[in-house]
Write a protein that binds this ligand. Sequence first.
Ligand SMILES: Cc1cc2nc3c(=O)[nH]c(=O)nc-3n(C[C@H](O)[C@H](O)[C@H](O)COP(=O)(O)OP(=O)(O)OC[C@H]3O[C@@H](n4cnc5c(N)ncnc54)[C@H](O)[C@@H]3O)c2cc1C
Length: 372
Amino acid sequence: MKLGSILIVGGGIGGLTAAIALRRKGYPVEIIEKDADWTVYGVGIIQQFNVLRAMASLDLIDAYLDKAFGFDRTALFAPDGSQIAAFDTPRLAGPDYPSNAGIKRTDLQRVLADRAQELGAMVRLGLTVDQMADDGTCVDVAFSDGSTGRYDIVIGADGVYSQTRAQILPDAPAPRYTGQWVWRYNMTKPSDLDGIHVYYGRCNAGLVPLSEDLMYIFLLSQEEPGMKLAVEGSAAAMRARAAGAAPRIAELTGQITDDAGVVGRPLEVIFLEGDWHKGRVVLLGDAVHGATPHLAQGAGMAIEDAIVLAEELETADTADAAFTAYRARRFKRAEFIATNSVRLGDAQMGKIEPIDAGEVNRQTIALVAEPI
Ligand SMILES: Cc1cc2nc3c(=O)[nH]c(=O)nc-3n(C[C@H](O)[C@H](O)[C@H](O)COP(=O)(O)OP(=O)(O)OC[C@H]3O[C@@H](n4cnc5c(N)ncnc54)[C@H](O)[C@@H]3O)c2cc1C
């Protein structure tokens, strides 16, 4: 369909990917981002084979892998350090590219933001939407800086606490805290770490390579709702959460010494069972399906949403038809990730019966390897 103007609310992973996918189809795109400094916190992110396939489909794979560390293998270990499962995942970007990658969030943001802007997406920072009025043909938007605009469609890619969602679907469920925090810290990568290593047990933890000499360590912990983490003392707090970890993890946690390097976050989730759009405004990424990181697919789902949405907008006759087709293509996969990520965390906290994490990972790999 023809679209003369598209507003994307949120310049994160999903919003930027949408801008790239839409600009490649020739659509005019404006992005607004509420953070005036466009900052991204400094740890890394796991990106699996479906993300590398997406990067290849956007002609971004080389620029992306220049900043990333590629690998083919993910291994799961029991608390005593014995391996319980290992997966050699497919090379969906092509035989010359690795299956998966670890990348610093700042680098991922840079690669996506540079490409979106090179392709002509306009970016305005330090801005939010105050009001939207959809008259059935266009959406009139009043921005927080007093400016206004009129757009053919609006894409809400503004994360788990999406203001766009609240504006169009005020009765949608609110995000909820699962009961777990994840703690992350960058450190020197041991030379034998050839992929993601996940350790289960009293302390669920893992190692993710980011470059030849850098990795991040993550730990999951169960915390009371409302817990706050001060910067001062956060390294000691993270080390304390590693009590009972597998020997490999326990040995590395002594290196967690810099309070400023600790990134600790509560896990908050949402999944919209109902509509993902209203009128000419549609949502993507964490705004509709914010998952926990247990399957390391949240960003992957946002990236795939963006590509599918751009494809459907190109072929549909109306915005409503495009948005409906987009949700239909995305629902099953996003629901599987959202539901099973939460189940893995609930099992770790003893809220539900133990589940076979290896089997859930196997099912996830099979599902996300399917074409989008
Ligand atoms: C601890 C943790 C670890 C994770 N690890 C992984 C992983 O290893 N692999 C993986 O695939 N996923 C992971 N995820 C999930 C992943 O980070 C998210 O799924 C992904 O960032 C979602 O992208 P998004 O664009 O939808 O939202 P976001 O990345 O949250 O981007 C939203 C953007 O919108 C902006 N914004 C917010 N409100 C407004 C507003 N009102 N107006 C304008 N702009 C606004 C924000 O500033 C932000 O830039 C993890 C998540 C967490 C919490």
